[in-house]
Design a protein around this ligand. Structure first.
Ligand SMILES: NC(=O)c1ccc[n+]([C@@H]2O[C@H](COP(=O)([O-])OP(=O)(O)OC[C@H]3O[C@@H](n4cnc5c(N)ncnc54)[C@H](OP(=O)(O)O)[C@@H]3O)[C@@H](O)[C@H]2O)c1
Length: 334
């Protein structure tokens, strides 16, 4: 049985990575913090690797004692990260410095036998050109537009700088599925009969269902391919209207379409951020999110996944949203 460490195991994507790993017969060590909510990690086969990534010295001690008892990790998927915060510097610390701490500790203790998988994001490259509407490619020069994207790019550059380090980097686009919190707000609005847009209805998007994301990561991880990076989408492109139309269809709702002026949404996002951050809780609609939702081109090129791993997504948006929304309805959450 191969050992795998999955950090951020208790979060939305992490919990699906854990399920995929269990389904494939791995001995799964869920990397969590002492006070992480473990509601999605109830399977009795899950073992826990409890640690803070902030303290490299303690991490080294923990890895040394782990290795003495269990041997090396065959694979590590570093998925922990933050996507919103009230303090911009947190991105640098949590998304970049903690990634560095983990990799350095793994290497210094010789605790990883196989590949290191890094969960980056399309945000590391930023949006595509709005005139040509060409998809973002791996060979493009990255230009992240948020501190979140910058922190992911900085981690990628650190990983790539390590000689002979066997890594794979994945840059998922908008990831959806049951347990996600961000798209859930859109579903709730549509359920209330409100379909909202920022600035215009002309926005091109890409999506990946969380189960397809987990599946392709594991397929790629066990392949001979190493030291490469991939954008992860379901290989289709959609407009924001198509996205909302599918939700309306599945929820059987008629809606009022409201196109808010971009300046108005920006002001709301800023006020939202200031007010929510008084209580220390970063809101979903904040200044960085505004930047992202006002970009018109979030297309990216995932053809490398097809060429290198024969990726055939199981879910397009219609199938994925139907399953997701049906699940929410069954749980009386929509
Ligand atoms: N969702 C998307 O659309 C999307 C798209 C592209 C990339 N990603 C990336 O995918 C990864 C998972 O995102 P998600 O959507 O599943 O978010 P999530 O549900 O918020 O999960 C984040 C995970 O990271 C952990 N984490 C946060 N701060 C940490 C810290 N200081 N130390 C250790 N662990 C920490 C969380 O643990 P606690 O519960 O203990 O805080 C949680 O397990 C992130 O790296 C994100 O950047 C997400």
């Amino acid at each position: 049985m191969k050992n795998i460490l999955i950090t951020g195991a208790n979060g939305f994507i992490g919990s699906y990575l854990v399920e995929e790993a269990l389904g494939r017969g791995y001995k799964v060590f869920a990397g969590v913090r002492p006070n992480s909510n473990r509601a999605f990690l109830s399977d009795p086969r899950i073992l826990f690797f409890e640690t803070e990534l902030s303290d490299k010295k303690k991490l080294i001690e923990k890895l040394n004692s782990f290795k003495a008892q269990n041997g090396k990790f065959d694979y590590v998927i570093h998925n922990a990260g933050i996507t919103k915060t009230c303090f911009k510097y947190d991105y640098e610390i949590i998304n970049y410095q903690y990634t560095r701490n983990l990799i350095e500790a793994l290497l210094e203790t010789d605790s990883i036998a196989g590949k290191f998988i890094y969960m980056s994001s399309l945000a590391a490259y930023g949006p595509g050109n709005e005139k040509t509407m060409q998809p973002v490619k791996d060979s493009d020069i990255p230009h992240p537009i948020t501190p979140y994207g910058e922190s992911k790019l900085k981690s990628e550059r650190f990983i790539k700088s390590l000689p002979n380090f066997p890594y794979l980097i994945f840059r998922p686009t908008g990831t959806y599925g049951y347990r996600d919190k961000d798209f859930f707000i859109v579903y709730q609005n549509i359920k209330k009969g409100i379909e909202t847009y920022v600035g215009s209805t002309n926005q091109h998007l890409t999506f990946i269902h969380v189960k397809d994301l987990a599946r392709i990561i594991f397929d790629a991880m066990v392949s001979p391919v190493s030291r490469k990076s991939y954008f992860v989408t379901d290989l289709n492109k959609y407009t924001v209207i198509e996205f909302n139309t599918i939700i309306k269809k599945v929820l059987r709702k008629k809606t009022i379409r409201i196109v808010f002026p971009a300046a108005f949404v920006k002001a709301v996002a800023l006020i939202n951020e200031k007010l929510s951050c008084i209580t220390g809780k970063p809101p979903t609609l904040n200044a960085d999110k505004f930047k992202e939702i006002s970009c018109k081109n979030w297309l990216c090129d995932s053809s490398g996944l097809v060429e290198n791993f024969g990726f055939i997504p199981e879910y397009d948006l219609l199938k994925g949203l139907t399953e997701t929304l049906t699940h929410y309805k069954r749980e009386n959450l929509l």
